[in-house]
Design a protein around this ligand. Structure first.
Ligand code: ADP
Ligand code: ASP
Ligand code: MG
Length: 409
């Protein structure tokens, strides 16, 4: 049998406690004994990253990004060491390596750094010595030797980038569900597992809130055409393949429903309706590193108007502060914010050729007495901002409306 290079990534829930770490070690060893070379990427144990973040916020409301990276990167260093120990305890040789040791070079954007290059040499050398390599996910190092992290969910990105660097045959993402579903199976019990999904659709779902994969990891997988197999670390069944579209794949109009409860809405009142004001507001906000999503501005009849937009909840204070600074210069009215919103989206590449999906979505929400506050669309998705406490009901209704509970997908 040919020797294969396999990359496996185990998420936080898969290594949440001692028994689970031992389970992961058994799965790794099973793959190894089939004559493979394996690099394993691990996330921090359970909720470690959330806990560390909360700890920092108890010290200061505005922890410096560099120190945050020093702190958060420790989570993955703990788990890779423990998994390596567990593999060795099963009688197989393993070595744990952190981001710097693996040679993951990033830019200097602390807390959401981009990978510039990976030097796969250290991993290949370990393979030559018959070792299983356990890599700390979510982290890298800058050219000036500063530790960085790759954004929440960043171990997925580490796995994809390592698969690319090693030219791996397979990249498997092990998690606590059996694959990618039509919607979050923890919210809608009728959600169905997808046999496969395209990079485009998965990227859209991930960007719109399907937590199961980090969006940036899908971008990289798509760029280098690295098929991903998302599957369960607790069950053996086949999961979902994330692939480039194939001719055989049926173009269903709606592939999935997503929900994001981690955004907040900001409304800037009494904005002078003249050229350049929106540019100043959004330039300032982008300069503090905040990504703005749906933006709504009405045509004014009185020379002043309101602008509403959404930002990640974690960036709310930064965005408000930036808008206030512009306000002092150009004379904006009050700034309102609201974090009781949710984004509910329908996603599917078949939408390009199926008209009427937006109308069906709006009608379903209306029939359920759910008010739409903002709307945005892309080529393969439609999103509505609604009240957060109505979000789960909206997802269930849309899932049913688009027959996602019935189709063989
Ligand atoms: P890990 O710790 O393995 O990285 P995550 O918690 O980041 O796992 O992602 C897995 C979770 O994503 C699942 O438990 C599930 O609740 C959620 N999820 C959201 N949308 C989907 C979806 N469409 N398909 C599968 N899981 C989803
Ligand atoms: N531990 C990091 C997080 O919770 C990275 C990851 O799990 O992928 O975001
Ligand atoms: Mg994850």
């Amino acid at each position: 049998m040919d020797r294969e290079i396999i990359v496996q990534k185990f998420g936080g829930s898969s290594v949440a406690d001692v028994d689970r770490i031992k389970n992961v070690a058994r799965r790794i060893v099973e793959t190894k004994t089939k004559n493979n070379d394996i690099a394993v990427v691990v996330s921090a144990l359970g909720d470690t990253t959330d806990d560390l973040e909360a700890l920092a916020l108890k010290i200061t409301e505005t922890p410096p990004d560099r120190e945050m990276d020093m702190l958060l990167s420790t989570g993955e260093q703990i788990s890779c060491a423990l998994v390596a120990m567990a593999v060795k305890a099963l009688g197989h040789d393993a070595i744990s390596l952190n981001g710097r040791q693996v040679g993951i070079k990033t830019d200097k954007t602390h807390t959401k750094a981009r990978i510039i290059s990976i030097d796969g040499r250290r991993i290949r050398e370990a393979f030559k010595q018959g070792k299983i390599v356990i890599v700390a996910g979510y982290q890298g190092v800058t050219s000036s030797d500063e530790i960085t992290t790759l954004g929440r969910g960043g171990s997925d990105l580490t796995a994809v980038a390592i698969a690319k660097a090693l030219n791996a045959d397979v990249c498997e993402i092990y998690t606590d569900v059996t694959g990618i579903f039509t919607t979050d199976p923890r919210v809608v019990k009728e959600a169905r597992k997808l046999k496969n999904i395209t990079f485009d659709e998965m990227l859209e779902m991930a960007s719109l809130g399907a937590q199961v994969m980090q969006a940036r990891s899908i971008e990289v997988a798509r760029r280098f055409n690295i098929p991903l197999h998302v599957r369960s670390s607790f069950q053996k069944e086949e999961g979902t393949m994330i692939v480039k579209a194939t001719e055989k794949m049926e173009e269903v109009a709606v592939r999935g429903i997503t929900c994001n409860k981690n955004e907040a809405k900001i409304t800037i009142c009494s904005v002078p309706d003249k050229p350049g004001v929106a540019a100043q507001i959004f330039t300032k906000i982008s300069m503090v590193g905040v990504n703005v999503d749906t933006i709504v501005q009405n045509v004014s009849h009185t020379k002043i108007t309101d602008i509403s937009f959404t930002v990640p909840k974690a960036d709310l204070n930064k965005a408000i502060k930036a808008a206030q600074e512009v306000g002092q210069k150009v004379g904006l009215g009050g700034i309102l914010h609201d974090d009781n919103v949710a984004r509910v989206s329908v996603v599917g590449s078949g939408m390009r050729s199926h008209p009427g999906i937006a109308a069906q979505m709006f009608k379903t929400l209306a029939d359920n007495k759910i008010n739409i506050e903002m709307i945005s669309t892309s080529e393969i998705s439609i999103s509505c901002i609604i009240r957060k406490d109505e979000a789960d009901r909206a997802v269930k209704a849309l899932h049913k409306q688009f027959d996602l509970d019935k189709k063989i997908v």
